[in-house]
Design a binder for this molecule. Structure first.
Ligand code: F6R
Ligand code: MG
Ligand code: MG
Length: 373
C-alpha cells in the first residue's frame, strides 16, 4: 500500500507590525513552539512556519488526513495564542481573521484560510506551495489555468504522454456556495468562462484526468460571504504537486514570469499587480502592496518534508531568483500606472467588490439635493 500523507497549509492574519506589513518574530515564535511540540507528540510529522506579508502560515505534514480535528485545532489554538500575544504587544489588527471564539472541529469557515491535500506518495513528490498577501483566492485562477490547461505554458501537455488526457478542475461558486468539475481540454472554454470571473469562481482542486491523481488544492474562502459583511482578509494559499507526469516545477512557475492584475491591495478595494518575491521581500509597503506572492519548493519524503543533515526541512525559496526580476519590474510599472488613476475605476474595484466604501453615506448625505435629470 503506498503511504498516504497529508499536507495542510493553514494561514491567518493574527496581527502585524507597522500596520499590515509583516508577521513579526514573536508571533512566528509562538507558531514554531506549538508546531514543534505537536511534532514531538506525533500529531504532525513535519512543519514549516513562515509568513506572506501579514499572514502567519503553518505548513504541516502528517498522516491524519484532511480536515482532521486535532490538526485543525492545533492551528486554531496557535492562531489564538499568537493573536493574544499580538494584542499584548499592541500590534496592529490583532486577531483580525479570527471570526469566532469557540472551535467546533474544523477551522474552515472560522476565518483562517486552508489548503489541504492527501496524497499517495510517489517515488519522489515535489511540491510547490504558493502564498499571497493583499489579494484573494481568485488570484490563482489564472496561473493554475495556465499550468494545468494551457499548452503554450506547459510543454508537458503536448509532449508528455502521461499528461495527454488533460486535467479536471473543481470550481467553487463562492456566491451560491456550489461547486462543479470541468475537464480540460474538452471543456476549456466553459472553464475559462467561469474562472475568468475571478471575484466569484475559484479553483479549489485540480486532478489529472486519466487517473484522478490529485495535483492542486487551493484555499477558497470569502470571509465576507461567511460573516455576511466585510470582516477579515482572504489572502490565498495553494499547494501544487509537480513533475513526473504532472507539470514540472518550472511549468508551475512560468506563469509568474509576468505580472498580472489581482483584486485586493489597499483596503482590499483595488486592482493591483501581483509581485512574485523571495521570502525576504514578502512584506507589503507601497499602497499596502503591491500584492506579494511567495513560492516554496519542497519534497515530501516518508510522511515528512525532506530534511538536511541537521534534520531541518529543506525549503527552496523559488521566487528568490533573477528569473522573476522582469515580473517585479512589470509589477511596479503597472502599480505606478494604476495609482496615477487614484480612486477612479478600473483602478478601484467596482462598488460591489470593495471592502470599504462610503458610497452609501455619500448618497444619503446628498439625497435631498438630487433633482430629476
Ligand atoms: C488590505 C489591508 C490594508 C488595510 C489598510 C487600512 O488587505 O489589510 O490595505 O485595509 O491598511 O487598514 P485599517 O482600516 O485597519 O486602518
Ligand atoms: Mg493585516
Ligand atoms: Mg494579509
Amino acid at each position: 500500500m503506498p503511504r498516504k500523507t497529508t499536507i495542510s497549509l493553514i494561514k491567518c492574519d493574527v496581527g502585524s507590525l507597522a500596520g499590515h506589513y509583516i508577521v513579526p518574530q514573536p508571533l512566528l515564535s509562538v507558531a514554531e513552539k506549538n508546531l514543534k511540540a505537536a511534532a514531538k507528540e506525533g500529531l504532525i510529522n513535519a512543519y514549516y512556519v513562515f509568513n506572506a506579508g501579514d499572514d502567519l502560515q503553518l505548513l504541516m505534514v502528517h498522516e491524519k488526513g484532511e480536515s482532521n480535528p486535532n490538526v485543525h485545532k492545533l492551528a486554531w489554538d496557535t492562531f489564538k495564542e499568537a493573536a493574544d500575544k499580538a494584542l499584548k504587544l499592541k500590534l496592529y489588527g490583532a486577531g483580525q481573521d479570527i471570526l469566532k471564539t469557540a472551535f467546533s472541529g474544523n477551522i474552515r469557515g472560522m476565518g483562517p484560510g486552508v489548503a489541504e491535500m492527501e496524497i499517495e506518495e510517489r517515488g519522489s513528490d515535489p511540491i510547490v506551495v504558493l502564498a499571497a498577501d493583499k489579494t484573494s483566492a481568485g488570484a490563482f485562477n489564472f496561473p493554475l489555468f495556465r499550468t494545468f490547461a494551457d499548452p503554450m505554458n506547459t510543454a508537458g501537455l503536448v509532449i508528455d504522454p502521461d499528461m495527454a488526457g488533460g486535467f479536471k478542475f473543481e470550481v467553487i461558486d463562492t456566491m451560491e456556495n456550489k461547486k462543479v468539475v470541468l475537464k480540460s481540454p474538452e471543456e476549456m472554454y466553459e472553464l475559462i468562462a467561469l474562472i475568468g470571473t475571478v471575484q466569484r469562481y475559484m479553483i479549489s482542486h485540480v486532478w489529472r484526468a486519466r487517473d484522478d491523481l490529485i495535483c492542486a488544492a487551493g484555499s477558497v474562502t470569502r470571509l465576507s460571504q461567511i460573516a455576511g459583511k466585510y470582516v477579515g482578509k482572504d489572502d490565498p494559499v495553494a499547494i501544487v504537486r509537480a513533475q513526473h507526469g504532472l507539470p514540472a516545477v518550472g511549468e508551475v512557475l512560468v506563469p509568474f514570469m509576468h505580472s498580472y492584475l489581482v483584486e485586493g491591495w489597499m483596503r482590499g478595494s483595488h486592482w493591483g499587480p501581483i509581485m512574485p518575491v523571495g521570502m525576504k521581500d514578502a512584506k507589503c509597503t507601497a499602497f499596502d502592496g503591491p500584492p506579494r506572492l511567495v513560492a516554496l519548493g519542497l519534497q515530501i519524503a516518508n510522511g515528512k518534508i525532506a530534511c538536511d543533515d541537521d534534520g531541518k526541512p529543506m525549503i527552496a525559496d523559488l521566487f528568490d531568483d533573477p528569473a522573476f526580476d522582469l515580473a517585479r519590474r512589470e509589477a511596479m510599472e503597472y502599480a505606478s500606472m494604476l495609482r496615477r488613476m487614484g480612486e477612479f475605476e478600473p483602478a478601484r474595484l467596482g462598488p460591489d467588490e470593495m471592502e470599504y466604501t462610503t458610497l452609501q453615506q455619500v448618497l444619503d448625505k446628498i439625497k435631498e439635493r438630487f433633482k430629476s435629470a
